[in-house]
Design a protein around this ligand. Structure first.
Ligand code: PNS
Length: 208
């Protein structure tokens, strides 16, 4: 038997074949089995991330343990009128995700299912905060599976301490001068404060 070949890789071979070709075939089948074992499970965690919150970070950290490679993919669609440009969001995510070696940051436009196919991803990761999230998330998961039948969506329940946190609420609270410490990474909090301070300054200058 070739070295490093798992026993069960030979299971489907006809018994008693000892000729040279049979040996070669055994090696090829074993190669496939090994390749399958070594195949890395890639998943995409898509979103607007305008900006990334501690809730997103928690899902990413847990996802990084589940998949060999996790691609955090920012939707580059400007029609959602984001507060931060795509470049700024890429910067914030890259900074926040630096400690995770198997997590990378990317951006996409168009259909998520097609992007996932291009990236060789088998899974879409999404966090669910409350049952109200589930309805829309389920629709997206089923649509994505219809578009790419091999693409599975994996839902992770949000950590309870972040189950009320959303990018939209965080922006609203900062814009009204509220405390968001711990709800976003510190560098994101700083950027949010700067962004709204500039907006308030501009507003004050206009009204003077
Ligand atoms: O952070 P969000 O806004 O909840 O993320 C939504 C996102 C980016 C996952 C979703 O809008 C999306 O996948 N958009 C890409 C376009 C697409 O594929 N639409 C069909 C989805 S069923």
């Amino acid at each position: 038997m070739p070295r490093n070949v798992p026993r069960n890789a030979l299971r489907h071979e006809p018994r008693g074949r000892t000729d040279r070709h049979a040996k070669i075939k055994i090696t090829l089948v074993s190669g496939n089995a090994m390749a399958q074992k070594l195949a890395r499970v890639v998943a995409i965690y898509p979103g607007s991330f305008d900006p990334i919150t501690s809730g997103h970070l928690d899902v990413i950290e847990r996802g990084a343990h589940l998949f060999d490679r996790l691609i955090v993919a920012i939707l580059g669609n400007e029609s959602k009128k984001p507060l931060f440009t795509l470049e700024e969001r890429m910067e914030m995510l890259t900074e926040a995700l630096a400690p995770y070696p198997n997590v990378e940051v990317d951006c996409f436009e168009g259909l998520l299912a097609e992007y996932a196919l291009r990236k060789g991803a088998r899974g879409i990761l999404r966090g669910i905060r409350a049952i109200s999230d589930y309805e829309f998330e389920l629709q997206m998961a089923l649509m994505n599976r219809r578009l790419q039948p091999n693409l599975e969506t994996i839902f992770l329940p949000a950590a309870e301490q972040y189950s009320f946190v959303s990018s939209r609420l965080v922006k609203e609270v900062v814009s009204l001068g509220g405390n968001i410490a711990g709800l976003v990474p510190p560098s994101v909090e700083r950027r949010l404060r700067e962004r709204f301070a500039t907006a308030t300054e501009k507003q004050n200058r206009k009204t003077k």
